[in-house]
Design a protein around this ligand. Sequence first.
Ligand code: TXA
Ligand code: MG
Length: 331
Amino acid sequence: MATILPPTPQNIARAAETLRAGGLVAMPTETVYGLAADATQPAAVARVFAAKGRPSTHPLIVHLSDLDQVHTWAINLSNVAQAFMRAFWPGPLTVIVRRHPNTLTAVTGGLDTVALRVPKHPVALGLIRALGTGVAAPSANRFGGVSPTTAAHVAQSLGDAVDLILDGGPCDVGVESTIVDVSQVDPEAGVAAVLRPGGVSLAELSRVAGQPVFERRSETVRAPGQLESHYAPEAPVRLVPPRELVSEAATLAAQGLRVAVLTEDTQADWPPGVVAIALPSDPARAAQRLYAALREVDERGCHVALTTLPLPEGLGLAVADRLRKAAGPRP
Ligand code: TXA
Ligand code: MG
């Protein structure tokens, strides 16, 4: 197992040394834990893809410690791109912009754009500053699996594939950053489009853009978050209308299955054979708890998980998106 270390200044310095030597470090961010590599080292970036089992065509986010570093990685920033960066960084927003010619194609998956973000977490910022350049970091889980929101989750998912894990405690937001694409040069396509809902809402983006910003579902699969099945536990996940939750759970349990129900109402009188796992209905608390709840489905030996979708507002949009993908068709 990888070593889990408290994020003391010494350990952050040691983690930066590990990155400089081409190693991999799991770092806490405010969204989920990231699997960090020096974004300027092709071999280190290749190790990230290998550790995750992720296809090389799925690009990584470059994490920066400061807005001033953007120009090393990107060119032709639109006004909206700059406004988003100023308004939401540090924070849970990833901005897709035109890549600088020096930005590694291994990082961008061969695209002419790059994903950038300044995370709002003292440990992540300390590590990026100590390295002194961009840190490429996808979520620190195996490809397609549930993202980690604690150091223990990272160790469970990646084991020895990561050199060391900085333990920053549980993540504040709990789901990944919002990804907004502001790379379009064609104004017909709109100034901005959200590729993945997350910690920054459509309403907040629209306010800063001065016009409505919508979600865009891409035709070509270039983001793992856009694959049909993602963020998924081993057990199949089924989305059920609220009124059918109890009867559906009872039907499956009567067939001899151990049924997980992700619900706010863990105290209710659930039928025998049903395991009630806490998932608050408040969207922000649901986001914080979501991935731990999905992991619990497998940990408690459940054969199937049932849940209902939250209202698609604020963080509820991100939670609904992740639950839909957890319930998506498996390969
Ligand atoms: O909150 C987060 O964003 C976390 C933490 C660690 O920062 N990171 C994260 O990384 O979720 P990852 O790799 O699991 O998801 C990044 C997503 C992927 O779906 C990737 O395909 C997409 O961003 N992406 C990266 N570069 C892109 C680009 N140039 N165009 C479109 N999508 C891109
Ligand atoms: Mg991920």
